[in-house]
Design a protein around this ligand. Structure first.
Ligand code: AKG
Ligand code: FE2
Length: 299
């Protein structure tokens, strides 16, 4: 007698993509369309000038879609550099987050620049969650494409909640019990930025290593995000060094799965905003010439 093969059990695990897919929405002449089923949406038809506010209920819809889709792209022409902060304000309080290599432009003290001609550190090219080494890290991060390379210099996103869903359920339950140690100095973020020994010591005092869950629960969506990342995570607590390193490698590998990623090709004047509680991200250093992005964070 022939027995049917249980194909699901016999093969590598895949995601139930239908669980992530979303429908296009339209409101007040604005279209919000999914980019890939797994992540992202593109907003077209919105125009906002400096000092203007996005009206309700459109603003509420945009907030809901960002939670749902992990990141939003606003087409070029939605805002200019001056109105960038007005757009980001839809999602919460905008804060300045510059550092020695990422200063504010002359005319706007709420944003900072990621300018390839100034920024000498390469930390944005490693997978990370913004501020993942601090207890009070930004909810969202936004970028405005000021000067973008003709080719290359994309920003990559991984749906870190989907990465958790790729874990086998029993293994996931174990991973959820673990605690990670996260540090800005894991790959030298502070050493590379602060060259004055006193300032370096001060920054290290302000940013000591912290403990976080390996899997972080999104306070608004309930999504379980793989919160360990290649940039900030030092180790997993209370297991051997070998187990810590191997578990971290499994989780880092999952973040790199193409199935959970979307690659954003920069367009001059586009705005990108992502939810740090859902995604991990990184830039790609495969361009020459200048790349200038304006950056604002939502606390
Ligand atoms: O350079 C990029 O594309 C990513 C930048 C980044 O990591 C950030 O702005 O937080
Ligand atoms: Fe970042």
């Amino acid at each position: 007698m022939q027995t049917a093969i249980d194909l699901a059990a016999a093969q590598p695990r895949v995601l139930d993509i239908a669980a992530y897919a979303a429908q296009e929405e339209r409101l007040a002449g604005v279209r919000i369309a999914p980019i890939e089923p797994i992540l992202g949406a593109r907003v077209t038809g919105l125009r906002l000038r400096a000092g203007e506010r996005v009206p309700e209920p459109l603003a509420a819809t945009l907030r809901r879609k960002l939670l749902e889709r992990g990141f939003l792209v606003f087409e070029p022409g939605t805002v200019d550099a001056e109105a960038f902060v007005d757009l980001v304000s839809v999602f919460g309080d905008v804060q300045y987050s510059g550092g020695p290599y990422t200063p504010a432009p002359q005319d706007n003290r709420l944003v900072n620049t990621i300018d390839s001609s100034i920024k000498k550190t390469h930390m944005n090219y490693i997978w990370h969650v913004d501020g993942g080494y601090r207890h009070h890290s930004p909810k969202m991060t936004a970028l405005f494409g000021h000067t973008v390379p003709e080719a290359g210099g994309d920003t990559l996103f991984a749906n870190a909640v989907a990465a958790y869903d790729l874990l086998d359920p029993l293994f996931a339950r174990y991973i959820e019990t673990l605690t990670a140690v996260q540090s800005a100095e894991s790959v030298g973020h502070l050493t590379l930025q602060y060259h004055d020994p006193d300032e370096l010591a001060r920054q290290r005092g302000l940013n000591p290593p912290i403990e976080t869950p390996v899997i972080r629960v999104h306070p608004e969506t309930g999504g379980k995000q793989v919160f360990v990342n290649e940039s900030y995570t030092l180790r997993i607590k209370a297991v051997t060094r070998a187990v810590s390193q191997n578990l971290l490698n499994i989780l880092f590998d999952l973040i790199k799965s193409p199935e959970i990623q979307v690659r954003f090709r920069w367009e001059q004047g586009a705005v990108l905003i992502w939810d740090n509680r859902t995604v991990q991200h990184r830039g790609v250093h495969d361009y020459s010439g200048r790349r200038v992005l304006y950056r604002a964070i939502v606390s």
